[in-house]
Ligand binder design. Structure first.
Ligand code: BGC
Length: 478
């Protein structure tokens, strides 16, 4: 890494999410979220588990902060469980002071240890009551008003202490995985074999639209009432992975790569940075893609102080010549793990969708930077699972060379993007601080730089990769 460096004040640290780590789902007045209910449905979670205990962070948050300090982290990204703070979720519903106090305590503990809190308001765990009352994300007026009130409660409680705010984590997942494929809560899908409900030809696009408007409305509130006093910044976190042509010589496949990036990233980022949905989506989806009223457009356009970037891997993309089906959500492409010459995109991991490809990280940062006018980029998630990790002994798990190598490759690619491509990246949060509840994959898949002994009181043991992450940033940031 001879000529590579990062600014001295570069913010690096780790990320988690409320439902994946907190546990204590029935304690101190917390209400159910859609994930509590989804986990109870047979067959939804690979190992039949849930976040009822998870890493017990609700009770062991001081250990988490001590761990962050030990690892040398400058920042910690965590999310708020909306139904812990407002158990029924709505704007006329009561605030649960005990639940709110948990986050105040966590932030105070971080600050007294010199660690900057980065708060994600929403990481998928919608209050179940809001889903029952009006369909959750599907009801624009109710959802936006309830979300903005929730955001206001959090800005009031933490605004003077927290300088980094993220409105939504990966709205693509709430839209597509929650309302099209149905593999995430609330599990809506038109796939009859799953015998669930919903219309996947329209619902995901409606959900995405409403999330964008809720994001814009919360940003407006923050900028008008809190930013002038506290000077923090606010943005949304989007997911998307780099795309490579299945056939490097095919113009169609190259175009398909762009389309796929547009259907994942530009779906949200174009309205925010350019004021409208990408042309490829408008032409494929027609009137199924909602449109913004002038007031909504004004709310959404220009609503990011920074670009929150989550990325894990890359995929080969092949153009499809048949017309797009009504429930296609990827731009009418095949998403593949090897190319025409049968070369895999990267080594296999425990997650079927994740094959690491570090050069893609640099290329994707450059793509985002180019398309959106060089916004400050905050990498809010990047990390890997390891094939078979959960079957190993604790001693073996702690020597996670594969994950350490992943971070070497990706942090190096980030430093190249900053030093050589002029990308303005200001932060990197590795996913994840802890092994935790990996959504539909349960506890079989570990993503942590810290081993969590689920059978042994959720005790934390840092893995080798945690040391490597610290070494990388300590040597690059000068
Ligand atoms: C999510 C995390 C998740 C990670 C690994 C991201 O999409 O934000 O909650 O654990 O990927 O699958």
């Amino acid at each position: 890494m001879a000529n590579l460096s990062l600014p001295k004040d570069f913010l690096w640290g780790y990320a988690t999410a409320s439902y994946q780590i907190e546990g204590s789902t029935n304690i101190d007045g917390r209400g159910d979220s859609i994930w509590d209910v989804f986990c109870q449905q047979p067959g939804k979670i690979a190992d039949g588990s849930s976040g009822v205990v998870a890493c017990d962070s609700y009770r062991q948050y001081k250990q988490d902060v001590a761990l962050l300090k030990l690892l040398g982290a400058k920042a910690y990204r965590f999310s708020i469980s909306w139904s812990r703070v407002i158990p029924h979720g709505g704007r006329s519903d009561e605030v649960n002071q005990l639940g709110l106090q948990y986050y105040v305590n966590l932030v105070d503990e971080l600050l007294s240890n010199g660690i900057a809190p980065m708060v994600t308001l929403f990481h998928w765990d919608l209050p179940q009551k809001l889903y029952e009352r009006y369909g959750g994300f599907l009801n624009k007026d109710e959802f936006v008003a309830d979300y903005v009130r929730f955001a206001k409660v959090m800005f009031e409680a933490l605004g003077s202490k927290v300088k980094y705010w993220i409105t939504f984590n990966e709205p693509w997942c709430s839209s597509i995985l929650g309302h099209s494929s149905g593999v995430f809560a609330p599990g809506r899908s038109s796939d009859r074999e799953r015998s669930s409900e919903g219309d996947s030809s329209t619902e995901p696009w409606i959900v995405g639209h409403h999330i964008l408007i809720a994001h814009g409305a919360a940003v407006k509130l923050y900028r008008e009432e809190f930013k002038p006093r506290h000077g923090g910044i606010i943005g949304i976190t989007l997911n998307g992975d780099w795309t490579l042509p299945f056939d490097a010589d095919s113009k169609d496949d190259l175009e398909a790569c762009q389309r796929k990036l547009e259907f994942s990233i530009a779906w949200y980022a174009d309205p925010i940075y350019h004021g409208e949905y990408p042309a490829s989506m408008r032409s494929q989806l027609g009137s199924r893609l909602p449109s913004f009223s002038p007031e909504e457009k004004a709310l959404v356009h220009g609503s990011n102080d920074f670009y929150g970037m989550n990325t894990y891997c890359a995929n080969y993309i092949r153009h499809r010549s048949t017309p797009a089906t009504a429930d296609d959500y990827s731009g009418n492409v095949d998403i593949l793990l090897s190319n025409k010459a049968h070369q895999p995109v990267g080594p296999i991991t425990q997650s079927p969708w994740l094959q690491p490809y570090p050069p893609g990280f640099r290329k994707l940062m450059k793509w985002i930077s180019g398309r959106y006018g060089r916004p400050p980029i905050y990498v809010t998630e990047n990390g890997t699972s390891i094939k078979g990790e959960n079957d190993l002994s604790r001693e073996e798990i702690l020597k996670d060379d594969f994950r350490a190598e992943y971070f070497r490759g990706h942090v190096n690619a980030l430093a190249e993007a900053v030093s050589l491509d002029g990308v303005d990246c200001k932060a990197y949060m590795a996913w994840s601080l802890l092994d935790n509840f990996e959504w539909a994959e349960g506890y079989e898949t570990r993503f942590g730089v810290t081993y969590v002994d689920y059978q042994g009181g959720q005790k934390r043991y840092p893995k080798e990769s945690a040391k490597v992450v610290a070494q990388l940033f300590n040597s690059l940031c000068q």
